[in-house]
Design a protein around this ligand. Structure first.
Ligand code: TLP
Length: 345
């Protein structure tokens, strides 16, 4: 099976497992795990922040950040396809009691005017707008890179209104590798930034929230409250350190593989995709012209040995990652060609 369902399916390599086996550990709830502490220092430095906190998942990173920046009854502004509201099981409402305002973006990207128009004027009928969440790269947008100038404009407007900004940077390093913009240059426009080790970076578990020291102290308490305090987590942190050292620059290969898939898909009957929109490792394409549902097409692809996921009843997503070789990408292109040509015949 060629598994392009997500970059979350990657498995730790033998060298990563060796680093995990050798990790020095301690009780991280006491702050005594040297490997976790090292990972938190490395992550903070990379993102140009004072400090960072290791958490079990990207979802927890986002939700601790929402909780940090808001009070129950506040409103937060998000893009309509953002992970924080589409795939986190209603957590912002359930765990922080906030109302979410969903704005439609262009492949996930919101413009400053759009956000500004959605901010509630101060009036006791209105919920206070206290947080803007952006996502870079944007998953449902198709791996879109958030333009730095757009982020800067949003930041300027938000700062003037004392509204905090959180970045869901689950795939921030994909944006960094694709653009050459340093992670810290993206991060400095946000109070809190999360990134995931368990996606394209290939670690089995874990994300980091990076922020100033005072916020990290508060986040640490919230992590305990949300049940995310871990003990000898150095075994996991060692995988993260290995990932940051060995698996960042190679993300460029995943991007080239995604482009190859997009170009192959663009020539197939029944498929709609603009390869120019494939900027990183995510390929989202429309299959409505096949007049088959996403689930029907997925079953046909699976029977040929290729796994993708549905993104809507008429769109599919493929994600490239470090456990898929160039040869397997060529095989995937051949399977896609076979299935879509058969459907058209
Ligand atoms: N995304 C997963 C699914 O949940 C959809 C995937 O397969 O892409 N932010 C973004 C932008 C994400 O894409 C994800 C995971 C998360 C946060 C959550 O990370 P985890 O799974 O560690 O909670």
């Amino acid at each position: 099976m060629i598994d392009l369902r997500s970059d979350t399916v990657t498995k730790p390599s033998p060298a990563m497992r060796e680093a995990m086996a050798q990790a020095e550990v301690g009780d991280d709830v006491f702050g005594e795990d040297p490997t976790v502490n090292r990972l938190q220092d490395v992550a903070a430095r990379l993102l140009g922040k004072d400090a960072s906190l290791f958490v079990p998942s990207g979802t927890m990173g986002n939700q601790l950040s929402v909780r940090l920046h808001t009070k129950p009854g506040d409103e937060i502004i998000v893009e309509a396809g953002a992970h924080v509201v589409r795939y986190e099981s209603g957590a912002a409402a359930g765990l922080s009691g906030v109302q979410t305002r969903w704005l439609p973006g262009a492949r996930g990207v919101l413009e400053v005017d759009q956000i500004e128009a959605a901010i509630r004027p101060p009036d006791y009928h209105n919920p206070p707008t206290t947080l803007i969440c952006l996502e870079n790269t944007h998953n449902r947008g198709g791996g879109t890179i958030y333009p730095l100038d757009t982020i800067k404009a949003i930041r300027k407007m938000a700062a003037a209104r004392s509204i905090a900004m959180h970045l869901d940077g689950a795939r921030l390093f994909n944006a960094v590798v694709a653009t050459g913009v340093p992670a810290a240059e993206y991060a400095r426009h946000f109070e809190t930034v999360t990134f995931c080790l368990s996606k394209g970076l290939g670690a089995p578990v874990g994300s980091l929230i990076c922020a100033d020291r005072e916020r990290v102290v508060k986040l640490r308490r919230l992590r305990k409250m949300f049940g995310g305090g871990m003990r000898q987590a150095g075994i996991l942190a060692a995988a993260g350190l290995y990932a940051l050292e060995h698996n960042v620059a190679r993300l460029a290969e995943d991007h080239a593989h995604a482009k190859r898939l997009a170009e192959a898909l663009a020539g197939l009957p029944g498929v709609r995709i603009n390869p120019a929109h494939v900027e990183t490792n995510i390929v989202v394409f429309d299959i409505s012209e096949t007049r088959r549902t996403a689930d029907e097409v997925l079953a046909l692809l699976k029977a040929e040995g290729l796994l993708l996921v549905p993104f809507s009843p008429t769109t599919l997503r493929a994600v490239t990652h470090l456990d898929v070789s160039r040869d397997q990408i060529e095989q995937a292109c051949a399977i896609l060609k076979k299935v879509f040509s058969k459907l058209a015949a």
